[in-house]
Design a protein around this ligand. Structure first.
Ligand code: GLT
Ligand code: MN
Ligand code: MN
Length: 390
């Protein structure tokens, strides 16, 4: 035990599908045996996790009769109680069954869309029964290869219909549940609709109940698109829309790698943890810290638990590094807000007078431009904190 080992206060969660990943990929069979949900609960608790998340079919097999569903849910609930784990988030599998080969909410066949809605309502009931407060929608199959199959605007409108429908369902049942939309640019489809968190944020503003819906950005997905994950998350936080987060690691230009948190692009991971924890003195994110990642295919079951502990330890180590970085006097000095009493009041809240005062300001562009900003020093200091020499 050391200070980087996880505690319940850290709010770390894993999906049944993450530690339960058997290593199957498009080129090879499973390398690990499936783990039962109740066993997973016990092992996650031993590792120091706080929560366990699931798709409907991670727990209840597709098409299981009601009696079997109820037995499975009963056993799972008693495992949760015995080991002190909660279910912060639940979701629906709208991608594995062949019925979803053309998408779920955006599919051209109305029967597919009906089946997707029905499956989502059942899965919402299941999630709420287990105590989930956040419900994720990842439209993995909502996309195309043969893009002429529909007007992409139709896909947007159908997705809106589905989310508005399900928001009303939640409201009618008086569930204490919020939706979080997860973007991904491609894989398993050639192109997926709403490819980034930014697309999702705008789409949310067009819904009937935008206050019920936020985002669930994933490190790997934003990075696949070559974007700064931290900037996307920051925009979601600024909009009050960061309802959930999927932490893992990814290199640009690769398939969706879902690696152990922090194992690629340590700088981005550091900046992300710094943002989430508010070590700059800003409002922190207070929701679940979910690892949507899995162990390398090289691992046996012991390696899976090494992977899980690694995700959590790296997060905590980065948090400690970020705290030290933001407490460093040199850092504070370089990034201190530049204040200018004559100029600051003119910069927000347009009036005709402010506009003319702005025009009248004496600003010498070359003099302003001459000042070096010391970002080399700042970035090197960040590297030294990150590399553990400060
Ligand atoms: C799937 C996907 C993830 C999503 C999960 C939720 S399932 O593993 O790769 O990014 O978050 O549906
Ligand atoms: Mn994810
Ligand atoms: Mn992923």
């Amino acid at each position: 035990m050391d200070t980087f080992d996880p505690t319940l206060a850290d709010r770390f969660s894993f999906g049944l599908w993450t530690v339960g990943n058997t290593g199957r990929d498009p080129f090879g069979e499973a390398v690990r045996a499936p783990l039962s949900p109740t066993y997973t609960v016990r092992k996650l608790a031993e590792c120091g996790a706080w929560g366990v998340n699931l798709h409907d079919n991670d727990l209840v097999p597709f098409g299981a009769p009601a009696s079997e569903r109820d037995r499975i849910v009963r056993e799972f609930k008693s495992a949760l109680a015995e080991h002190g784990l909660c279910v912060p988030m639940a979701t629906t599998n709208l991608f594995s069954h062949p019925i979803f080969k053309d998408g779920a909410f955006s599919a051209n066949d109305p029967k597919v869309r009906a089946f997707a809605l029905r499956k989502s309502m059942d899965a919402i009931d299941l999630g709420v029964e287990l105590g989930a407060r956040t419900y994720v929608f990842w439209g993995g199959r909502e996309g195309t290869e043969a893009d002429a199959c529909r007007d992409p605007r139709t896909a947007v409108a159908r997705t809106r219909d589905a989310l508005d429908f399900l928001c009303e369902y939640v409201r009618e049942r008086r569930y204490d549940l919020r939706f979080a939309l997860e973007a991904k640019p491609n894989e398993p489809r050639g192109d997926i609709y709403f490819p980034t968190t930014g697309h999702m944020l705008h789409f949310i503003s067009t819904l009937a109940h935008p206050e019920m819906v936020g985002v669930n950005p994933e490190v790997a997905h934003e990075t696949m698109a070559g974007l700064s994950f931290t900037h996307g998350v920051a925009q979601a936080m600024e909009a009050g829309k960061l309802f959930h987060i999927d932490l893992n690691a990814q290199r640009i230009g690769r398939y969706d790698q879902d690696f152990r948190f922090g194992s690629e692009d340590v700088r981005q991971a550091f900046l992300l943890v710094r943002l989430l924890e508010g070590t700059m003195g800003t409002e922190p994110y207070r929701g679940p810290l979910h690892f949507d990642a899995h162990a390398y295919r090289s691992e046996d079951e012991a390696g899976v638990w090494d992977f899980a502990r690694g995700c959590m330890r790296t997060y905590k180590i980065l948090k400690a590094r970020a705290q030290a970085f933001d407490a460093d006097p040199l850092v504070r000095e370089i990034i201190a807000d530049v204040k200018d009493a004559a100029v600051d009041p003119l910069l927000a809240g347009y009036t005709r007078e402010k506009a003319s005062s702005l025009r009248a300001l004496a600003i010498d562009p070359s003099a302003v431009a001459k000042r070096g900003l010391r970002y080399e020093q700042l970035d090197q200091r960040m590297m030294e904190h990150l590399l553990g020499v400060r």
